[in-house]
Design a protein around this ligand. Structure first.
Ligand code: GLA
Length: 552
């Protein structure tokens, strides 16, 4: 009897001690996002506070005969009936092939055979059912399916869409020759603002891999939008990896108010197996990508519906800190991604097996910037896996991404986490490795002149990881290289915020020198762009003796 009494007392004491420890160790406080610099400095539209979620007609219906108002109304009904609307899929987006021409005043006309009641009627139908309505166009003269595009009709189209009750405009980049993307999308931003209707600006540069002036991830935030990072995603495994890899390259630019768009979901389409569908969805959630489904809702299987409506996976995507997952470890097709979540010490972690064999994949508390004691939860299974000391390790099936929620106590200052590859140190940029470079003709040294010679549109990116304070550089248009007609502007971005933009310079302009504060900046971009997109003349700009002062 006595023994039982003492045992009960000890157990009771341990339970209370654990509760107290649990309470103090695993914080439920939120991060102050401005302190860890995931906060963009410009406006955050409430409609882009979190990655948008919805359904779009393209991935399944395309330009086929079902692209019509009867089928589209069915899809709207099904978005509601399936429960998708209520877990967050708010946008019903009509893609290409709704338009046919323009009237005598230039007003865009819907195809009367496919949409006899008009687009406004369809938008109303969606709104009456608690949905928002999105519409597609192209920045060029034609859309990708050769329907009329919006070039030179931007204001009129924005106005028309606003009158129809559009909430989201996907603007493609087809039917275009020699226009510069930033300038065109700027026109759209201004046109949208003029309507006084809040509409999401979706910068959908379809052929982005082949576009010279494509760095929407650097300037997209300035225009308050979402932007594609890769050519269209197709519904098979290798393509999921292709788009994921590309989108991950730009993780640092995405954040509350403006997002990297890894393209619309192919969950439930094509050749993806059940595991691959889960991996695709889980990774898009980890990457804080918009979740825009594109499957046929009329014959969605129970399994696909479970994937698309998984509340805990969606919660990772919609987490209010708005940080995109970063790749932190990689070895022989085994990868670890981490998405810092808004609760202090909480991380979403993906252990991804890209190979065709089962693999043991592990992650340590250290990798996650946490102290040794961690709590681990399997998110898809909705089950707690318990407490671990230092390491978590599990067999992961081929093509599977095991998604975990790990909770511990921060060991590092998140401003510097995760540690980046090729981190900048004090000194000249020319002596260090950039993370990516596009449109750079050469990195050259002549005596004590260190030059980055840049073509008509260029972008060179360095990881400063919030360790550097000042960036100084000179720049000019070198008469030895550039055409007398060349007019080039030099720009510096920090984490997608424009830190400096020069006037247009010619070979006659005097060399300029600037010194820029890059405190807290994780990613530094140097860009050049021309006044006119004349590719036939040498429009070459030179960065001279660029250097950083850092504290590491
Ligand atoms: C491009 C886009 C797709 C779709 C089609 C429509 O390919 O990337 O998402 O909008 O155009 O033609």
């Amino acid at each position: 009897m006595k023994l039982i009494f003492w045992l009960a007392l000890i157990v009771g004491f341990l339970a209370v001690a654990w509760r107290l420890f649990d309470y103090f160790y695993f914080s439920n406080q939120s991060y102050v996002s401005s302190e860890i610099r995931f906060e963009p400095t410009n406006v955050i539209h409430p409609i882009l506070e979190k990655p948008p979620m919805g359904w779009n007609s393209w991935n399944n219906v395309r330009c086929g005969p079902e692209m019509n108002e009867i089928v589209m109304r069915q899809m709207i009904d099904l978005l509601v009936e399936s429960g998708m609307r209520d877990v967050g899929y708010r946008y019903f987006n009509l893609d290409d092939c709704w338009q046919i021409g323009r009237d005598e005043n230039g007003v865009i006309l819907a195809d009367p055979e496919r949409f006899p009641s008009g687009i406004k009627a369809l938008a109303d139908y969606a709104h009456e059912r608690g949905l928002k309505f999105g519409l597609y166009t192209s920045g060029g003269r034609l859309t990708c399916m050769s329907r009329p595009g919006s070039y030179r009709f931007e204001e009129l189209d924005a106005q028309t869409y606003a009158e129809w009750g559009v909430d989201y405009i996907k603007i493609d980049w087809c039917g275009i020759e020699y226009l510069d993307t930033y300038t065109q999308y700027r026109i759209w931003r201004d046109a949208i603002d003029k309507t006084n209707r809040q509409m999401i600006l979706s910068i959908a540069i379809a052929n982005i891999d082949n576009q010279v002036d494509k760095q929407a991830w650097t300037w997209g935030r300035e225009l308050v939008g979402i932007w594609r990072t890769a050519i269209d995603l197709n519904p098979f495994w290798e393509d999921v990896l292709r788009v994921m890899d590309r989108n991950s390259l730009y993780a640092e630019y995405s954040g509350r108010g403006s997002w990297n768009d890894a393209d619309m979901l192919q969950v439930g389409n094509g050749e993806l197996t059940l595991t691959e569908n889960k991996t695709h969805f889980g990774m898009w959630a980890m990457m804080a990508s918009p979740l825009i489904a594109g499957n046929d809702l009329r014959n969605m299987s129970g399994e696909i519906k479970e994937i698309l409506t998984h509340d805990e996976i969606i919660a990772i995507n919609q987490d209010k800190l708005g940080m995109q997952a970063r790749l932190i470890k990689e070895e022989d097709g085994r990868q670890v991604y981490v998405k810092v979540l808004s609760t202090q010490g909480e991380r979403a972690v993906a252990l991804l097996n890209r190979t065709d064999e089962p693999q043991e994949i592990s992650v340590t508390a250290e990798d996650l910037g946490l102290h040794s004691l961690i709590k681990v939860r399997n998110v898809w299974e909705r089950s707690d896996l318990g407490i671990r000391w230092q390491t978590f390790s599990q067999a992961v099936q081929p093509h599977e991404a095991l998604i975990l929620r790990v909770h511990g106590r921060d060991k590092v200052n998140l401003l510097h986490y995760p540690v980046m590859i090729n981190q900048l140190r004090s000194g000249y940029l020319l002596d260090q490795e950039p993370k990516t470079e596009e449109g750079i003709i050469s990195f050259r040294r002549e005596g004590n002149k260190r030059m980055i010679v840049a073509d008509i549109f260029s972008d060179v990116r360095y990881n400063s990881a919030a360790n550097c304070q000042v960036f100084t550089t000179e720049f000019f248009v070198d008469p030895e290289w550039a055409d007398p007609r060349a007019e080039i502007r030099f720009k510096v971005y920090g984490d997608g915020d424009l830190l400096y933009r020069s006037d247009f310079m010619t070979i006659d302009s005097a060399l300029k020198r600037v010194s820029i504060n890059i405190n807290k900046v994780r990613v530094l971009n140097l860009q050049t762009s021309p006044a006119n997109s004349n590719y036939n003349i040498a429009q070459i700009g030179t960065w001279l003796n660029s250097r950083v002062e850092c504290s590491n």
